[in-house]
Design a protein around this ligand. Structure first.
Ligand code: C2O
Ligand code: CU
Length: 464
C-alpha cells in the first residue's frame, strides 16, 4: 500500500516537472524530476520460471516480473535514475558494477547506504561517465540473492559508437538446481574453501544455448557479461572471425581473437563478429574451460551476404579515465591468502559463517566496515599502484568499486594496459594495478567469487 502511494507521488512529481501542472512538488522528488529523467522502477520479485527440463523453478528472484532482469540501457554522460522497490522478503540494495558512480549510489549496505527493507525503496541517480558493458546486482545476502537470479546487464551507449548490423547481449550464469528443477543448497563449505561451488544448470539469458539470427556477412556486436557467482569461463568463437574490442567496459588497446580467453565472475567482453556469408551458417560462442566444454549461445546467418569487413569497424572511443602518474604513485601491497582461522561468525548481510580467505591476513566476511578499518586511506587526486599477490592455488576475480585501474604488469604473463574494474589474478601471480584516487568515499575491494568474498576475501579503501 505504502509502496503504491509513493510511486504515485513520484509519477505526479515527474509530470509536474514536465507539464508544469500546478501540483506542489514534493521536496526532493520535485527537485529530482527537474534534474533527471523519470526513474525506471526496479522492483524485486519472486517468480516461478522454466530454467531446465523437469518443471518450473520456484523462488527465482528478478527485477520486474517477466523473466530475466531487464538489460538496462543508459547513455554516457546523461543522467540515469532508478527506484529500487523491494518486494521480496529480504533486505537488498543495487550495486552498479563497473560504473564510476558517486559513493552514495554504490549500493553497499552500511558502508554507503542503509539496507532497503521489504516494502521500502531507494532512489539511485547518477550519470555514467564511461560507455561500455556493465552489470547490476544486489550487495546484500548476495550468494542467495544473486544465486537466485538478481543479476542484470547494463549497456552504456556512446553516440559516437561504430555502427553494427546487429547487437546482442548475453547474461551468462548458472543455477544450483536439483533434478526436480528446485534450488538446492547454494554452497558447500569445502568448495567455498577452494574454487567456489558451481551451479548445476548453465544458461545464457536464462536459456540453455539460445540461438539468435544475424545478417549473413554482417558485423555483430556481442556484449557478454559473466554474472555467475562462481564460474570462470574460457571463451572461444567457432564458425566466424571474431575479435575482442572491449573488456570490462573499456576498449582494449589492441584487438585480439578470443582464443580460450579467461574471464571470471563480474567481467565483461565485447566481441566484433563477422558473420559467415552463407545463409544458415552457425557461429558458436563456447566455454572451453574444464572437462565439460559448452556451447553458450549460437548466432545463425540469415539472408544474402552483406559482405562487410571486420576491419571496417572504427575503434571504440576511450573512456575518460585519469592517467596514473607512475613517478609519483604510492604503492599499496595486497596479499591474497587462505586463512587458517575457521571461526563461524554471525555477520549480517549474508555472511556464510566461515572464514577461509584473507586480504593482508585479515578475513572480513561481512559487508560492514565493522570492525575492520580501511585497508588504506588514499588522498583524493593522488596516484596509486596496488601490488597484488595471489598466494593461493585458486584464481580470484578481484573487483574494485568506484574507480577504474590500469593493468601495468604481471609476473607471469604479457598483459595489455587494459583499463578495468576486475582483474582475474592467477595462482602465484603478482600484478600491478595503477589508478588515480579520484572518487571520494569508501570503496570495496573484493573477490567476485561470492563465496570467497563472503568468507573473508573483502576489504575496502577510503578516498578522502
Ligand atoms: Cu559486482 Cu562488490 O560487486
Ligand atoms: Cu576468490
Amino acid at each position: 500500500m505504502t509502496l503504491f502511494t509513493r510511486r504515485g507521488l513520484l509519477k505526479t512529481a515527474a509530470l509536474a516537472g514536465i507539464g508544469g501542472v500546478g501540483i506542489p512538488a514534493m521536496g526532493r522528488l520535485g527537485g529530482w524530476a527537474a534534474a533527471a529523467p523519470e526513474p525506471m522502477v526496479l522492483q524485486t520479485a519472486k517468480i516461478q520460471t522454466k530454467l531446465m527440463d523437469g518443471g518450473l523453478t520456484r523462488d527465482v528472484l528478478t527485477y520486474g516480473n517477466a523473466g530475466m532482469p531487464p538489460v538496462l540501457r543508459m547513455k554516457k554522460g546523461e543522467p540515469f535514475a532508478a527506484r529500487l522497490v523491494n518486494a521480496i522478503d529480504d533486505p537488498t540494495t543495487i550495486h552498479w558494477h563497473g560504473i564510476r558512480v558517486p559513493n552514495k549510489m554504490d549500493g553497499v549496505p552500511f558502508l554507503v547506504q542503509p539496507y532497503v527493507y521489504t516494502g521500502d525503496h531507494f532512489d539511485y541517480v547518477f550519470t555514467p561517465p564511461d560507455a561500455g558493458t556493465f552489470w547490476y546486482h544486489p550487495h546484500c545476502n548476495t550468494l542467495e540473492q544473486m544465486g537466485h537470479g538478481l543479476t542484470g546487464v547494463i549497456v552504456v551507449e556512446n553516440p559516437g559508437d561504430p555502427k553494427f548490423d546487429a547487437e546482442f547481449v548475453l547474461n551468462l550464469r548458472d543455477w544450483r538446481l536439483g533434478d526436480d528443477a528446485q534450488f538446492i543448497d547454494q554452497f558447500r563449505p569445502r568448495d567455498a574453501a577452494r574454487t567456489g561451488t558451481y551451479g548445476t544448470v548453465r544458461t545464457a539469458n536464462w536459456l540453455d544455448q539460445p540461438q539468435y539470427d544475424a545478417p549473413a556477412g554482417g558485423l555483430v556486436r556481442l556484449r557478454v557479461a559473466i554474472t555467475d557467482v562462481t564460474r570462470i569461463y574460457a571463451f572461444r568463437v567457432d564458425g566466424a572471425e571474431a575479435t575482442v574490442m572491449a573488456l570490462d567496459g573499456n576498449p582494449v588497446p589492441e584487438r585480439f581473437s578470443p582464443d580460450a580467453l579467461l574471464l571470471g565472475p563480474g567481467q565483461r567482453m565485447e566481441l566484433a563478429i563477422r558473420m559467415p556469408d552463407d545463409e544458415g551458417a552457425i557461429v558458436s560462442l563456447r566455454d572451453v574451460r574444464g572437462t565439460k566444454p559448452k556451447i553458450l549461445a549460437n548466432l545463425r546467418a540469415t539472408g544474402g551476404s552483406l559482405k562487410r569487413d571486420v576491419r571496417d569497424i572504427a575503434p571504440l572511443e576511450a573512456n575518460p579515465v585519469k592517467e596514473v602518474d607512475l613517478t609519483a604513485a604510492q604503492h599499496i601491497s595486497l596479499a591474497l591468502s587462505a586463512t587458517a582461522e575457521n571461526v563461524p561468525s554471525d555477520g549480517i548481510c549474508g555472511s556464510l559463517g566461515y572464514s577461509f580467505w584473507a586480504i593482508n591476513k585479515v578475513p572480513w566476511p561481512g559487508d560492514t566496515p565493522d570492525p575492520t578499518a580501511p585497508l588504506a586511506e588514499l588522498k583524493l587526486g593522488k596516484s596509486y599502484v596496488i601490488d597484488m599477490e595471489n598466494l593461493t592455488p585458486q584464481s580470484h576475480p578481484m573487483h574494485l568499486h568506484g574507480m577504474s585501474f590500469k593493468v601495468l604488469s604481471s609476473s607471469t604473463r604479457q598483459v595489455q594496459p587494459l583499463i578495468s574494474d576486475t582483474y582475474l589474478i592467477q595462482p602465484n601471480e603478482k600484478v600491478q594495478l595503477g589508478f588515480v584516487a579520484d572518487n571520494p568515499g569508501d570503496w570495496l575491494l573484493h573477490c567476485h567469487i561470492i563465496e570467497h568474498q563472503k568468507s573473508g576475501m573483502t576489504s575496502y579503501v577510503r578516498v578522502v
